[in-house]
Design a protein around this ligand. Structure first.
Ligand code: ADE
Length: 267
């Protein structure tokens, strides 16, 4: 997987690629990274990359010319003909996606991460200020992605969320077992975990985890995942049911939990 990040602060994203598991993934060749500094494509002597919006309003917008040139330098061609505004048939580069991180984009989820990791290259545009000129979106962007219903001061933090949640799904970056058991895998949140010492601040590790009884541990973990998901994210359980994600054991446990919940509500 190759990540190309277009930004006016490459030092933010560069740092991420030079530490911890990501640095190892880059060294091993599972991940490729380049940052492109949009400011390098500014024309004036002050290297200006923003200006006030037409029609008035608060804040500044990123200028289209430096961003367009930075995209062309990244090897991206226009997807849309500027005269007719029709999609260009030559643009469809399989495996390459241009993404603009924006609070008005498609909500980003684990499923989006799983879809995006199928690409060979993700080209991520990080906006600053109030955003970017719409013509860049019309001409170059394949998808606008939002990481949540809140507004960040910059796209770099959002790009790093997208990068982190996708590269870890690549083969050999994280073990398949960890991926299988983590939150959202199988449509449920993760079970609680404990490590040494056995007693911390008077709280003891649940007995079942010390028992060495694998079947009981498996059942306990499933029960805990269900309880937590039921308490915090009931919509995930409904979605999992609709998508047929759960096996008969899980379905029975959900029914039991609902019965207990209704009984408790009745009291
Ligand atoms: N830029 C600013 N806020 C954002 C958000 N919520 N998601 C993605 N990019 C953003």
């Amino acid at each position: 997987m190759k990540y190309t990040v277009l930004t006016i602060f490459p030092e933010i994203t560069d740092a991420y690629f030079s530490a911890s598991i990501m640095a190892r993934a880059v060294k091993a060749g599972f991940v490729e990274y380049r940052s492109i500094n949009i400011r390098d494509f500014a024309f004036d002597k002050h290297k200006k990359t923003d200006d006030a919006p037409y029609g008035g309003g608060a804040g500044m917008l990123m200028l289209p010319e430096p961003l367009g040139l930075a995209l062309e330098a990244a090897g991206v061609s226009k997807k849309t003909c500027p005269e007719t505004m029709r999609q260009s048939p030559v643009r469809k580069v399989p495996g390459k996606k241009v993404i603009y991180l924006s609070p008005s984009g498609r909500p980003f989820t684990q499923k989006t991460a799983e879809e995006l990791v199928q690409n060979e290259e993700l080209i991520l545009i990080c906006g600053r200020y109030e955003g970017i000129d719409q013509r860049i979106i019309d001409l170059y962007v394949d998808e606008e992605v939002s990481i949540g219903d809140y507004v960040l001061s910059s796209g770099e933090a959002a790009a790093l969320v997208l990068i982190d949640s996708t590269y870890r799904l690549l083969d050999r970056v994280i073990s398949a077992e960890s991926l299988r058991e983590e939150s959202f895998a199988g449509g449920l949140l993760e079970y609680p975990q404990y490590t040494r010492p056995e007693v911390y601040d008077t709280i003891k590790v649940p007995e079942v985890l010390l028992s060495g009884h694998h079947e009981n541990i498996r059942r306990w973990r499933l029960q805990k995942r269900l309880e937590k998901t039921f308490a915090l994210r009931q919509e995930l359980i409904r979605r999992g049911e609709e998508a047929g994600l759960f096996d008969t054991e899980t379905i029975k446990m959900i029914e039991e939990m609902r019965k207990n919940h209704e009984r408790d509500q009745g009291n």
